[in-house]
Design a protein around this ligand. Structure first.
Ligand code: SF4
Length: 471
């Protein structure tokens, strides 16, 4: 069978020179290829890097890929903020394609019935981890026996709960050769913060044991955490280094340090294979698992960055989000990383319930005081499938239209803070952005060798010239 996997378009005014790869499609493709099927990925996100903001050019390229490849099955991945793209693409594809069209990802896992109701062109959706369910679907297994599959039957929509993949090591290595490597392997400052390197992202565990109110991680991966073995991880790192000549790896695991013995073993195996001398890497971790001895071990093994979801410098806000963390623990984690010479990035959330301008000021002051190497503030988004959605927006997505404007309005209007989005934007421009730019410049110069810095500035100059040429 031939399967075309499609990743959604995100509509950025300025595309970054590179980005974290959409790992999910590489993972989905691997078991299909192992079973002898043919797979192609059409990545609408990467395609816009080449087509610019011309969405119709991306649509045309997608339809061209469809007519050239002539798949038996088309499958989309989607997330709630981009579900309008699934709606538009499903209509475009159905116009010229008679075979089954499927969708998977966080959004359909949260709202399988609503997805099938709203998008009549879809034949089925797959909830949870899709690797084996998609394989079973294309191999013709009875729909009733496929975990996580929702479909129409006799005028109703029926489905079954997803089942976790028990032994992750049985999954084949993700296939990156299907991705647009001409885009993703470009050097970038954004994948391993401020390091101008070419990277690939990997996922070595799935799930999280915490229950932050805004987070949808456990929705797709289910309860608890499952791991790839250290041997699997070291071999995978070695292969991607050898096959793609990358300079860095970003591990997307929610908490790379949750199992300390496993983390130490991964470090040991990477050093044993000499990988610590060839590549640098970055991880995400919970603050409470950051200890000095472990930080030193990570550093020896090539890790240069730990990213923490600190979210807020107010204990009341952390408690309200059910973050199960304290300001003190977060502060200590930053200090430990500084002592161990490890780069640290702090993710912060803004737009939380009741947020005032004084809260923004206090948070920025806190960052200036504790001085993580870098930080980012993301706008809180209330996604279907989260506990926050159930508390504040239950039923909204199910009943609203899934058009581009309606979905954008939904996300735009969900500002829960006490100041308006406009006032916050003004404050951010005046106070947050200059400080963030300053830190970014400082770290870029501090952490990159002169030759690499030179190639970064040369790339920026080229970009500027090409923009001027377009004008
Ligand atoms: S925000 Fe992080 S710690 Fe909280 S539930 Fe999500 S993945 Fe887990």
């Amino acid at each position: 069978m031939k399967v075309l996997l499609i990743y959604p378009y995100a509509s950025f005014k300025v595309m970054p020179p590179s980005a974290w790869m959409p790992l999910s499609l590489s993972y989905l493709a691997a078991p299909l290829l192992r079973a002898g099927h043919e797979v192609k990925i059409f990545d609408r996100y990467a395609a816009q890097f080449r087509a610019g903001q011309d969405k119709s050019a991306v649509d045309r390229a997608m339809l061209k890929a469809l007519s050239e490849f002539r798949p038996d099955v088309v499958a989309f991945n989607t997330v709630s903020p981009l579900v309008f793209d699934l709606v538009e693409c499903a209509a475009l594809v159905r116009h010229v394609f008679n075979g089954p069209i499927l969708a998977g990802g966080h959004h359909v896992t949260a709202l399988p019935q609503a997805t099938l109701n709203k998008i009549p062109q879809l034949d089925a959706v797959i909830c949870g981890e899709g690797e084996y369910s998609l394989l079973h679907y294309i191999e013709g297994q009875n729909h009733h026996d496929i975990p996580g599959l929702w479909f129409r039957e006799n005028g109703s929509i029926i489905g079954s709960p997803p089942v976790q993949i028990p032994a992750l090591d049985q999954l084949p290595f993700p296939d990156f050769s299907l991705m647009d490597l001409g885009y993703y392997l470009n050097r970038s400052l954004d994948t391993i913060r401020h390091r101008y390197v070419s990277t690939i992202s990997l996922l070595t565990s799935r799930g999280c044991v915490k229950k932050c109110e805004f987070c949808s991680e456990s929705l797709t991966y289910g309860k608890g955490v499952r791991f790839h073995s250290p041997e699997y991880v070291a071999e995978l790192v070695y292969r991607v280094y050898k096959d793609y000549g990358i300079e860095g790896i970003y591990f997307h695991d929610n908490d790379f340090l949750i199992n300390r013995a496993r983390t130490e073993k991964i470090c040991d195996l990477m050093m044993k294979r000499g990988l610590h001398k060839q590549i640098i890497w970055g991880i995400q971790a919970r603050a409470e698992h950051i200890e000095l001895a472990l930080v030193k071990r990570l550093k020896q093994a090539g890790c240069v960055l730990i990213e923490i979801g600190i979210e807020s410098s107010s204990q009341a806000v952390l408690d309200a989000m059910h973050k199960d963390s304290t300001v003190e623990v977060n502060q200590r984690a930053i200090k430990v990383c500084q002592e161990g010479g490890m780069g640290i990035h702090s993710y912060m959330l803004t737009g939380v319930e009741g947020e005032t301008q004084a809260d923004l000021e206090q948070r920025l002051e806190w960052l200036k005081k504790v001085r993580p190497n870098s930080f980012s503030w993301s706008q809180l988004e209330i996604h279907p499938g989260t506990r926050l959605y159930e508390r504040l927006r239950r039923g909204v997505f199910e009943t609203m239209p899934w058009t581009r404007d309606a979905v954008r309005d939904y996300y735009y209007q969900q500002n829960l803070s006490a100041i308006t989005a406009e006032d916050r934007a003004v404050w951010m421009r005046k106070h947050y952005e200059p400080y963030q730019r300053l830190i970014r410049r400082y770290n870029t110069i501090r952490t990159n060798r002169p030759r690499r810095l030179w190639s970064f500035f040369a790339m920026k100059a080229k970009e500027k010239l090409s923009r001027q040429g377009k004008k």
